[in-house]
Ligand binder design. Sequence first.
Ligand code: FE2
Length: 436
Amino acid sequence: MTTVVGQLKSAFRIEAVATVDKGVQVTWKDGHESFYHNLWLRDTCHCPECFQRDTLSLNSGEGGGHDPLKMPLNPISETVKVDRSGNLDIIWGGEEPGHHSLFDPSWLRVHCQKDPALKQRRPPQLWDWSVSIPHFDYHEVMKDDWALLHWLEKMLELGVVIIDKVPKNKEGFQALVERVGPIQQRYHPTNIFTLDTANQLAGNIHHAYQYMERLHNHTDHVSYNVPPRLQFLGCIEYDNPDNDKQAYSTLVDGFKIAEVLRTQQPKSFELLTQEYVPTGRRRLGVEEKISDRTKKYQWETYHRQHVINLDKNGEVYQIRHHENDRVPLDVSHDKIQDLYAAYQAFTALAESPEYKTEFLIAPGQVLVNDNWRLLHGRTAIRNPGLRRILLGAYMKPETFSSRRRLLLGKKSGLSDMWLMGCSDRALEIMADRMTA
Ligand SMILES: [Fe+2]
């Protein structure tokens, strides 16, 4: 795609440039002013001598133009102007006379340290029992990149979507997951797992397969160093002779209940962000059937974790909560009662009717949920004659984020050279750089 400067919003078009002490001052058509230090500009030079266009990385090898040890700490510009295509055009003087750098204006704008838009984050929309889960059509997301991007944006906004009209077989389910990216490798010999009520042996492997009881809301794989980000659960079959709400899925927004706790019981909130509630799993010699043969696998994990995990701005970015996978508390005697009370408060919120939603994943539907945010569970299956088959798979955080970043970049229309190395926020802003 070739972009004409006139198609860009004013924030991405340079009005004027001026050389100032140690750098370049850029005035944009939307009135914003940016300052770029000469060393920063010289260091990010994208000319073929400094930056390899094929590998999309700095050319700092033997004879390369971007040897950090040879980089002048005080680069001096000879001429600074805006070229016909709207790029910032610099010819360097000083120790590197004639060295020529061109900077795409959109890329330059999203690297302005003074632009408040870059510091903003799209806040998640917190929800309670009244949530309306967005639905997407399988065929739409499979063929249309923008439908796929819309789905991935909903994963960040609400943490959940349902995909309808998915073929009721493993191939269709796998194709849907792989539309986003590779399925996460599990400890098990299979990466797509089957939850089948007819499989009586499965209850020995994990309590999630003990269908007679309600499965409380939880996040999965809490004892992994990095728990999977997305969880896919697709229904192949559901036949309930009682025609009631058995084997219904339950979901709760972990970010929402964390904020409720922060407001109502700040001390408890603080304890769950600072004290450890470790988790672990140990499975030795478990057998799993793979087509016509049976394979044994072993699995031993432990993680010294917080239930509520905060980023450097004090925002919740991850919930780890699984009642059954807890191992002995790692807490001092003077704090154990308060910590346990805090854990009880969070666990009660996770099951509170005020915050949880309950629904059936119908045959042909796939539920996708953000396992770093949402807690999921299931109502009990009391009737042994009920038959349900679910397929499940996980996705790593970077696989999800990679697909989203690729789609945002595609939407921006910029070349690979300028897209690589941009922050998620920068890509979000550039995806919206064109006038309608
Ligand atoms: Fe689970």
